[in-house]
Design a protein around this ligand. Structure first.
Ligand code: ZN
Length: 367
C-alpha cells in the first residue's frame, strides 16, 4: 500500500485487484462518490499495484517510492487550474502557471502524497484547461516500458465539462481511440455535470459513504480529541478531509455555536446577525447551522434522559434551554433543513439566517 492511513473500500479494492490479476484493465473509469472519502487515493493505489516491480504491492520498490511522492513518470495528474489569458492554447499546461503557483502546486501534491484525504486547492482554479488535454495527447505517444501502464488521473473531472465543454470534448476524442497501455480515471463528486458521451466510454465505480463508526475511529487514530471526533463526522456529512479541517478550528466553531445559542436564549437578533455575518463563506454558515441542529437535538435528549449526547461540554446551555424552552424537534429539523437547502441554492444568506432566527425563536417560545 502507498498510504498507511487510507480507509479501504473493500469491494472496490477487490474488484480492481481482480482486474489486475485477470489483466482486464479498462480504458477509462469514473470514480464517483461524495468528496473526502478517498476516491483519488484508491486510484493511486490501483496505479501502484499495476506498476509495482514486485508481485504484491511492496511500497519500497523504485516505482512505489516514486508514487509516494506523486512523482512517477507514468502518473499524469490533471486538475482544474486558473485560466491565464495571455497563454496560447497550444502551450503546455505548466506554462500557464507562474513560479508562485508552481510552488503551491508542488506543495499541494506533496501533501496529497502523505494524506489520502487531502483536497488539492489552487486559488481561482475553476476549470480544466484545454492545455491539459493537449498535454495528454502529446504524452500518449511517448513509449511505455513493457507491462507498465500510464495513468491520466483527472481530479474534479466534472470541470472538464463545466462551466465550459471544450476540454471535455477534446478528451472525448482521445477516449474514442483508446491509446494502448494508457488508461484514464476520472474522479468526480458530481457526475451529473459530465457529458453523457464521456460517461458512456467509462466503467463507473461508485464509492459509498464511509460509516460513522469508521470515520470516528479514523479521527481517534489521528489523535483528534474524543469530543471533537464524535461531532465532526456529523457536520462534515462524512467528508474525512473536512472533518480534519474542522478539528483544527474546533474551538472557534464552538465559540460561534455558544454565541448563537446565547442569542436565541436572550432573544438577541443583533448578536445572532453579527455572529453569522462574521463567517466568510457559505460553507461555514452551513456548518454553524448544522451544529446548532445537533445541539437542539441534544437538548431534546437531555430533557428526556436519552443517551448519546454530543455536546456535554455545553451542559450549562443544555440545561437552560431544556428548562425554559419548548422543544419541537420536527419543526427544528424542518426549519434548519429548509434554510440549508436555500443557502445551497444561492439564496441571499443574511436574509435566510435572519428568517431562521425568527422561526427558531417562535418554536422555542411555542408561538
Ligand atoms: Zn512496489
Amino acid at each position: 500500500m502507498i498510504y498507511n492511513n487510507l480507509l479501504i473500500h473493500k469491494n472496490i479494492f477487490d474488484e480492481l485487484s481482480n482486474t489486475i490479476s485477470n489483466k482486464k484493465i479498462q480504458n477509462a473509469y469514473i470514480f464517483n462518490g461524495q468528496e473526502g472519502i478517498g476516491k483519488e487515493a484508491h486510484a493511486i493505489e490501483f496505479f501502484a499495484s499495476l506498476n509495482c516491480n514486485n508481485e504484491k504491492t511492496c511500497t519500497n520498490c523504485s516505482s512505489c517510492n516514486k508514487i509516494k511522492s506523486l512523482q512517477h513518470e507514468l502518473l499524469n495528474i490533471v486538475l482544474p487550474l486558473p485560466k491565464n489569458k495571455s497563454i496560447n492554447k497550444k502551450d503546455s499546461v505548466l506554462k500557464t502557471l507562474d513560479s508562485k503557483q508552481l510552488d503551491i502546486l508542488a506543495n499541494e501534491l506533496e501533501e496529497k502524497g502523505k494524506n489520502p484525504y487531502h483536497k488539492i486547492k489552487i486559488k481561482n482554479a475553476n476549470t480544466i484547461l484545454i492545455n491539459s488535454i493537449n498535454d495528454i495527447k502529446k504524452s500518449i505517444s511517448l513509449s511505455i516500458p513493457k507491462n507498465k501502464f500510464r495513468l491520466h488521473l483527472i481530479l474534479e473531472s466534472e470541470k472538464l465539462c463545466y462551466p465550459r465543454q471544450e476540454a471535455g470534448n477534446a478528451l472525448l476524442k482521445i477516449l474514442e481511440e483508446p491509446p494502448e497501455n494508457n488508461f484514464f480515471i476520472l474522479i468526480t463528486s458530481d457526475i451529473s455535470k459530465i457529458l453523457d458521451t464521456i460517461i458512456s466510454r467509462c466503467s463507473i465505480i461508485n464509492f459509498s459513504n464511509i460509516e460513522y463508526k469508521k470515520h470516528y475511529d479514523f479521527l481517534i487514530k489521528n489523535k483528534i480529541d474524543d469530543d471533537i471526533a464524535k461531532i465532526t463526522p456529523k457536520i462534515s456529512f462524512g467528508n474525512i478531509n473536512l472533518s480534519l479541517e474542522l478539528s483544527k478550528n474546533f474551538k472557534e466553531i464552538i465559540n460561534n455555536l455558544e454565541s448563537m445559542i446565547q442569542s436565541l436564549i436572550n432573544s438577541d437578533l443583533n448578536k445572532w446577525e453579527s455572529t453569522l455575518n462574521r463567517l466568510k463563506f457559505k460553507k461555514n454558515i452551513i456548518e454553524s447551522i448544522s451544529l446548532l441542529n445537533i445541539f437542539l437535538n441534544d437538548v431534546y435528549k437531555y430533557k428526556n434522559s436519552i443517551d448519546n449526547i454530543y455536546f456535554y461540554n455545553l451542559e450549562k446551555y443544555l440545561s437552560i434551554v431544556s428548562k425554559n424552552c419548548s422543544l419541537n424537534l420536527e419543526k427544528f429539523n424542518l426549519a434548519i433543513d429548509s434554510v440549508i437547502s436555500n443557502i445551497n441554492s444561492n439564496g441571499y444568506t443574511p436574509l435566510m439566517t435572519t428568517s431562521l432566527y425568527i422561526d427558531l425563536n417562535k418554536i422555542l417560545n411555542n408561538r
